[in-house]
Design a protein around this ligand. Structure first.
Ligand SMILES: Cc1cc2nc3c(=O)[nH]c(=O)nc-3n(C[C@H](O)[C@H](O)[C@H](O)COP(=O)(O)OP(=O)(O)OC[C@H]3O[C@@H](n4cnc5c(N)ncnc54)[C@H](O)[C@@H]3O)c2cc1C
Length: 383
């Protein structure tokens, strides 16, 4: 067991860190205030290869392991939660299922453009009536000759409207399982610009406000028969497996937010004086910081371990669920304490920690709420 990062990973981290400090941090507050998608930053990340980190070189990617990708999301999220989730949704939720389940033709068609960042990716599973209960979805796909016809809608889709390629989960019929009728669910690749595919409501959010969260609407949207991703009827399994990987990305986002808030707080308490001393000299401050740092380190170990499990194990659901559950709760706790240690200034938008606290909350909700992660973990203990 080796806890130290090797030279290759250290070099990659320095690259991500420099980019985050120089290109992302200066814009983070404005992106949040104006709720604008940071297109220029995304274009720059594309140039640096950040949008295809785990994609094999033969498909135009960087050919790196999941840990390198996790460190990228972590470093970006230290300064801007919005930028972290853009990379995570694109990579884990769109590239990964095409890489894992796509035919050679689908890989050749989509991966090089997604890896270079010419195209951005998104994933549509959630519907108004189907969140945690993902099988409750109503969007239908019916085969008509050489085309699938999609009807229905998806809500809360990250990278919505900005993305060019969407992985869409839809009902393709019914199947009988142990005498009971069940929905048959399949997954599809849908391109922006396809007639019948439009965007509805843009959500106004508490945090990650530069991330573009949209409703997707399908009205007799015809896509080629070959855009079925993976076997017909395996869409639910594909979605769940995709979310296992996505949860590692969100865990990395949460870790970055917690680390960013801790760093900002350590510098603040060393500067701010009350009662003739820096507030760092009060034992309460020291103990709060000690607890925050210890939890951040524990979260980091779980997140990195989940990334290693993705690289080496066929199933990594539990590792991913533990990493996401713990890192998200640590992010919420650490950012809240960071605001407290900043006093009144922590509540003022000029300081980064209030934005980090707002950004942290979503990590406990999307890609499976904390309750869902607890179901996954306890399910594996009790099976
Ligand atoms: C900003 C944002 C971005 C998102 N991006 C995407 C995306 O890109 N793609 C996508 O497909 N989805 C996306 N989502 C959707 C997200 O994954 C869902 O919101 C989330 O899974 C929860 O579903 P819900 O909102 O319907 O809540 P509900 O399922 O209604 O849950 C409400 C509460 O009830 C609890 N609950 C529900 N069922 C149970 C149970 N059986 N036992 C115990 N507790 C339970 C939940 O844990 C939660 O606390 C996004 C959401 C947001 C807000």
């Amino acid at each position: 067991m080796d806890f130290a990062l090797d030279k290759k990973h250290e070099m990659a981290r320095n690259l991500f860190k420099d980019f985050a400090e120089n290109e992302v941090k200066p814009l983070a507050q404005e992106v949040d205030e104006t709720e604008t998608f940071p297109r220029e930053t995304v274009d720059k990340m594309a140039k640096y290869g950040f949008l295809g980190i785990p994609v094999p070189k033969e498909y135009g990617g960087q050919g790196c392991d999941p840990l390198t990708y996790v460190m990228c999301v972590e470093e970006l999220s230290k300064v801007c939660g919005t930028t972290g989730v853009i990379v995570s949704a694109h990579t884990s939720l769109c590239i990964d299922p095409i890489l894992t389940y796509g035919t050679e033709e689908q890989k050749q068609k989509y991966l090089p453009k997604l890896a270079s960042g010419e195209w951005l990716g998104a994933f549509g599973l959630t519907e108004p009536g189907a969140g945690t209960d993902a099988q409750g979805q109503q969007t239908k796909a019916v085969l008509d000759g050489d085309e699938w016809v999609l009807n229905g809608s998806k809500c809360f889709i990250t990278n919505g409207k900005e993305a060019n390629v969407y992985i869409i989960i839809a009902v393709t019929g019914t199947v009988e399982k142990r005498g009971r009728k069940q929905k048959e669910i399949s997954s599809f690749i849908v391109e922006k610009g396809t007639p019948g595919f439009t965007f509805g409501t843009k959500e106004k959010k508490m945090g990650i406000r530069g991330s573009s969260t949209y409703e997707l609407i399908f009205q007799d949207c015809r896509i080629p028969k070959d855009n079925l991703l993976g076997p017909k009827g395996k869409g639910f399994n594909i979605a769940m497996h995709t979310l296992d990987g996505g949860r590692i990305g969100i865990a990395a986002q949460a870790l970055g937010l917690a680390e960013g808030a801790l760093e900002a707080t350590v510098s603040y308490v060393k500067e701010r004086k009350q009662f003739g001393r820096t507030i760092a000299q009060f034992q309460n401050t020291q103990f709060q910081l000690a607890d925050m740092a210890t939890k951040v380190e524990a979260a980091k170990n779980l997140v990195y371990r989940a990334a290693m499990a993705k690289a080496t194990q066929k199933s990594y659901s539990v590792e991913a669920a533990m990493a996401k559950l713990y890192a998200a709760e640590v992010a919420m706790e650490v950012t809240t304490k960071a605001v407290q240690l900043h006093g009144g200034y922590g509540y003022i938008r000029e300081y980064d920690v209030e934005r980090m606290m707002r950004d942290a909350k979503i990590t406990e909700i999307y890609e499976g709420t904390s309750e869902v992660q607890r179901m996954v973990i306890s399910g594996s203990l009790l099976k």
